[in-house]
Design a protein around this ligand. Structure first.
Ligand SMILES: Nc1nc2c(ncn2[C@@H]2O[C@H](COP(=O)(O)OP(=O)(O)OP(=O)(O)O)[C@@H](O)[C@H]2O)c(=O)[nH]1
Length: 371
């Protein structure tokens, strides 16, 4: 395949009426988004904006009616395959980027899975990032009511607040910011009305940083931002809102760290076990691994639920930090269990943890593990 591949795919999600189409229309006016295909599911008789209709003749693909979350898994794959087919047969001259707009209350995981989990498509497309819109007026109530909304925020690479102009209570806005930070400590939080919330801020969230033309692992993992947010945010919300937002507390983002190389088979077994026992609770996984067999070339892994993107090797380490870092975004997954499992596999069992052989024989033996 040529250097055009893999084509970046961005997923634009956000609650009903959050302003996805509005933002999309604005973004599409940017010349740098020429040769972008937008995959959008037209919902009943909701009008597609003028610009989108105009662009349709140039190859924008609209999915048929129906909720993206439940019907499109097959179709989205077909649509993406069709795009590649059109490209290869010359029906589309160029395709630089794909944006998938999900319906309001879609669970983002199946959408990500259909992009990352298809053996043929994975050669042609790469997931660039998830952009989640949150409405400043209704966002809080939506997060309370729908766990899908919390998931959308949790898996985001970029969070965009819309309709802040309609929210006249600055305290409510600040509380929403704090809440979003808590659910997702690493994604940049942007305001849609801010001029800088454009193409540059929203796309290229992937491993490859086009500005430096190198892989930017730290940025991709979002580790530093997460670290900073954690230290800022802790005091503000812990006590007063501990039981307030029942869905939020189900989401956890945490990092597993191991210094020094690990055999590939160890990582493979760990990830297999994690996915087979708790796959559906793994909203997203990103990681960089120092492999014992080839320690000079870091292995990059990327997954959603049970699907793991084929691991890729970077040619060299981007900076002095080596070792293994796995960032997990989870829903209802016992963090303690995962930490113990990881420690056992990397041969650093914590006190009271059965050893690795016992775990492989019977992963259910670990204290705290629930299914
Ligand atoms: N005041 C204000 N209105 C906005 C903003 N963003 C979107 N809107 C309005 O909110 C309404 C819904 O916006 P859409 O862009 O259609 O929202 P959507 O997320 O695509 O909606 P669905 O596809 O139905 O989920 C429209 O009337 C927009 O004009 C904003 O930042 N401020």
């Amino acid at each position: 395949m040529s250097e055009l591949y893999p084509i970046p795919v961005s997923v634009l999600t956000g609650f009903l009426g959050a302003g996805k189409t509005t933002l999309l229309n604005r973004l599409l006016k940017d010349a740098s988004l020429a040769d972008t295909a937008v995959i959008i599911n037209e919902f009943g008789d909701v009008a597609i904006d003028h610009l989108l209709v105009e662009q349709a003749s140039d190859g924008i693909i609209q999915l048929s009616d129906g909720c993206l979350c439940c019907t499109v898994r097959g179709e989205l794959v077909d649509t993406l395959a069709d795009l590649i087919d059109r490209l290869q047969t010359g029906k589309i001259a160029r395709l630089k980027r794909v944006i998938v707009e999900t319906t309001g209350l879609a669970d983002p995981a199946p959408v990500l899975q259909s992009i990352m989990g298809h053996p043929a498509l994975v050669q042609a497309f790469r997931l660039d990032g998830v952009i989640t819109l949150v409405d400043a007026v209704n966002g809080n109530a939506t997060l309370d009511a729908h766990v899908e909304a919390v998931k959308q925020v949790a898996v985001a690479d970029r969070i965009v607040i819309t309709k802040a102009d309609l929210q006249d209570d600055p305290e409510a806005l600040a509380a929403l910011h704090a809440r979003l930070r808590q659910i997702n400590p690493s994604a940049p939080l942007l305001d849609v009305t801010d001029e800088t919330t454009g193409v540059a801020a929203l796309f290229e969230c992937g491993l490859y940083d086009p500005t430096t033309k190198t892989a930017d692992v730290r940025r991709w993992l979002g580790e530093e931002a997460a670290h900073a947010a954690h230290h800022h945010g802790d005091h503000d919300h812990h006590h007063d809102r501990e039981h307030e937002h029942r869905h939020d507390d189900r989401v956890r983002a945490f990092t597993l760290v191991h210094d020094g190389p690990v055999p590939f088979s160890t990582i493979e077994m760990f990830l297999d076990l994690l996915r087979s026992t708790h796959g559906e609770k793994l909203l997203r996984l990103k990681g960089i691994i120092e492999i014992a067999e080839d320690p000079g070339r870091p292995l990059v892994v990327h997954g959603v639920q049970k699907i793991l993107h084929p691991p890729a090797r970077l040619p060299f380490w981007p900076d002095a930090v080596r070792g293994t870092r796995l960032v997990l975004i989870t829903l209802d997954m016992p963090e303690d269990y995962v930490r113990r499992l990881f420690a056992a596999f990397t041969n650093k069992p914590a006190i009271d943890t059965p050893d690795r052989a016992a775990l492989e024989d019977n992963p259910l033996a670990i204290a705290g593990m629930r299914r």
